[in-house]
Design a protein around this ligand. Structure first.
Ligand SMILES: Cc1ncc(COP(=O)(O)O)c(C=O)c1O
Length: 302
């Protein structure tokens, strides 16, 4: 496994540090002007800090925060005295990002506001709220963001046949940029859907519908579904479907009232991804909102 390539690194490997000096793995000694990230600014290997850490690690290295920890109470008391804010509460966390994240949350809980003013090119850490208040899109994932889009489609049908064409996302939405030659671009491209089916009347109360759906998007393999569904007495539907090199599924639906059908489908993945999931179950209710007298008498089987 390689280390995640976060940003370019200086070609220095510090192996020892003391007060304001560091020594690298080639024996070079540097006067260290780097103050850290505002943490442990007490000089490298401060003897008091080192002995306190050793003492604690020898006693107990970690335990859950669900138990009493008198050390935290002692720390809060000391910080209150030193800062002059004895009546304040101390919230302990692991990182600067978490501290900022919680400060933003606390402010929003307190004043009920949703917007934050920040400086251009500011940085507050890499957790979700901390990155949502920076204009640096490279570190801002689009989780929970809303991107308006536009879709269009056309559907043609006769008594026994249908064909449809649609483009649900016509606008390409780009979430990340490519910078310094690194591909960090995630975009939603336009998908094309074509669907078609034909209903054969096998006997008076049995219909058979072979159908297909083809999905195309540039940069991904063509996705092709072929399905075969049977409808008994215009009330019970049973079907099976195969998605090329991807999955097989089965479906059953029942008409429970006029214009209402309920159903269940199970989808089993046959590609490599099947090693990591047990398939998906889907329960659904179909409601024919704009049903007319005509299609209730003879419901379309698509
Ligand atoms: C200005 C600033 N804010 C917040 C952070 C986040 O701190 P941490 O890395 O401890 O999460 C950093 C860390 O690089 C920082 O430089």
């Amino acid at each position: 496994m390689n280390l995640f390539d976060v940003y370019p690194l200086y070609d220095v490997s510090p192996v020892k540090a003391n007060d304001v000096f560091i020594t690298d793995n080639k024996g070079n000694k540097y006067l260290d002007f780097y103050g850290g990230h505002g943490v442990v600014s007490i000089g490298h290997s401060n003897p008091h800090y080192v002995s306190k850490l050793k003492e604690q690690l020898d006693a107990i290295g970690f335990y859950s925060n669900a138990v009493q920890n008198p050390l935290q109470i002692e720390l809060a008391k000391k910080l209150g005295e030193l800062s002059g804010y004895k009546e304040y509460n101390l919230f302990l966390c692991n990182s600067g990002a978490e501290a900022n994240e919680n400060a933003l949350k606390l402010a929003s809980f307190y004043n009920g506001k949703k917007r934050v003013i920040t400086f251009d090119n500011s940085f507050h850490g890499r957790t979700s709220l901390a990155v949502s208040v920076t204009d640096n899109q490279k570190i801002n994932a689009p989780i929970n963001s809303t991107n308006p889009n536009l879709g269009a489609g056309a559907f043609y049908y006769t008594e026994n046949f249908y064909v449809g064409l649609s483009f649900p996302n016509m606008l390409e939405v780009s979430h990340l940029k490519t910078q310094n030659g690194k591909i960090s671009n995630v975009s939603e491209k336009m998908h094309y859907f074509v669907t078609s089916g034909y209903v054969f009347d096998l006997t008076g109360n049995l219909k058979f519908k072979p159908s297909t759906m083809i999905k195309a998007v540039s940069g991904a393999p063509l996705s092709i579904d072929v399905s075969a569904n049977f409808l008994f007495n215009e009330k019970v539907e049973i079907g099976a479907s195969y998605r090329l090199d991807d999955s097989v599924s089965g479906l059953v639906t029942f008409q429970i009232a006029r214009g209402f059908r309920m159903g269940y489908a199970y989808d089993y993945t046959i590609s490599n991804l099947g090693d990591y999931n047990d398939g998906s179950h889907e329960a659904f209710l179909l409601w024919d909102i704009f049903s007319t007298e005509k299609n209730i008498k003879s419901p379309r089987f698509f």
